[in-house]
Design a protein around this ligand. Structure first.
Ligand SMILES: *Cc1c(COP(=O)(O)O)cnc(C)c1O
Length: 346
């Protein structure tokens, strides 16, 4: 199978499995798992923050972060294409009683500063209290686009001016760092909290990390416990995360090059229209031409008969994500599968 549905399908490497088997572990609820402590420390250093916290998933990382910043009835400003708004089951509202105030995401993944300003509540007995601004980098629904540090700095300045906190959903922050060719810490300078995923392009089987100040992480740790995310000898998992940070960061740009090559091959096929400005990092977004007599769902099913798995995007399109399980020779097989399926579709 050539599985381009997501970079979450990556399997742990042999080196990860060896590190998992050999990991020195302890009870992490007591703070006694050396491997987790090490991973948290390395992660915080990479992001220029004081402390880190290992959590089971990116979704729980965002949830814990937002619950740590906000009280019930508070409001968080985020984009209407934010992963946290669309794909995290409304957790911050369901579990935290927090209002989500969405404003439009620009096609480049940013929020217009003026829209943010207008969304910040003034002091008024009728209004909820604005507490937090959330950004996402790379921005998944906006095409995997990298958000520049200059823009993030402007949002941080605006937040500071209004005594608001900032959280970065950096599930793929290292893809952004690879794309912009700068250290990841520059992408979150001044940001109060960030989460990143170990289990996407970095290839670890499980886990995400929250980074922030010592004080923030101390409070986040308690909320992690409250949500049932306090794990015991989870250094078994963190060991794979450490290998991921040691071995995977420098190869993410290979995925970006493969996405470029894949896009170049596919856009030549009649019936396929490469989405404008795609790909940005490791995601290729493609739409179907109106003349094609099949739906994207039908095409996805037929591609699977050629051992090619792609994800849907919107009403009539596809998302193809490159990762370390995709090799150069796979790209030609994907191209010929699309050619075969679309060749019978006019
Ligand atoms: C995948 C993803 C998450 C959630 O991560 P899970 O580990 O799947 O819960 C959060 N934000 C973004 C932008 C993501 O792509």
């Amino acid at each position: 199978m050539i599985d381009l549905r997501s970079d979450t399908v990556t399997l742990p490497t042999d080196e990860m499995r060896r590190a998992m088997a050999a990991a020195i572990v302890g009870d992490d609820v007591y703070g006694e798992d050396q491997t987790i402590n090490h991973l948290q420390q390395i992660s915080a250093e990479l992001l220029g923050m004081e402390a880190g916290l290992f959590v089971p998933s990116g979704t729980m990382g965002n949830l814990i972060s937002i619950l740590t910043h906000c009280q019930r009835g508070d409001e968080v400003i985020m984009g209407d294409q934010a992963h946290t708004f669309i794909y995290e089951v409304g957790g911050v509202s369901a579990l935290g009683g927090i209002m989500v105030h969405t404003i439009p995401n620009m096609p480049n993944g940013t929020l217009a500063l003026n829209d943010i300003k207008n969304a910040i509540r003034s002091e008024n007995v009728h209004f909820p209290t604005t507490r937090l601004i959330c950004l996402e980098n790379t921005h998944n629904r906006c095409g995997g686009v990298a958000i520049t540090p200059e823009y993030t700095q402007e949002v941080v300045a605006l937040a500071n001016k209004n005594q608001l906190a900032t959280h970065m959903d950096g599930a793929r922050i290292f893809n952004a760092a690879a794309k912009l060719n700068i250290p990841a810490k520059e992408l979150v300078e001044g940001v109060d909290s960030v989460t990143f995923c170990l289990s996407k392009g970095l290839g670890a089987p499980v886990g995400s990390i929250i980074c922030g100040s010592n004080e923030f992480i101390q409070r986040a740790r308690k909320i992690r416990k409250q949500l049932g995310g306090g794990m015991r000898q989870a250094g078994i998992l963190a060991a794979a995360g450490l290998v991921a940070l040691e071995t995977m960061l420098t190869r993410l740009s290979e995925d970006h090059v493969r996405a470029q090559n894949l896009a170049y091959n596919l856009k030549k096929i009649p019936g396929l229209i490469l989405k404008e400005n795609s790909p940005q990092t490791n995601m290729v977004f493609i739409n179907l031409d109106e003349n094609v007599a099949k739906t994207s769902a039908q095409i996805i099913t037929e591609l699977s008969e050629f051992a090619v798995l792609v994800g849907p995007s919107g009403q009539n399109g596809f998302r193809l994500v490159t990762h370390y399980g995709i090799r150069d020779e796979d790209l030609l097989l994907v191209q010929s599968a699309f050619e075969s399926v679309l060749g019978r579709a006019f």
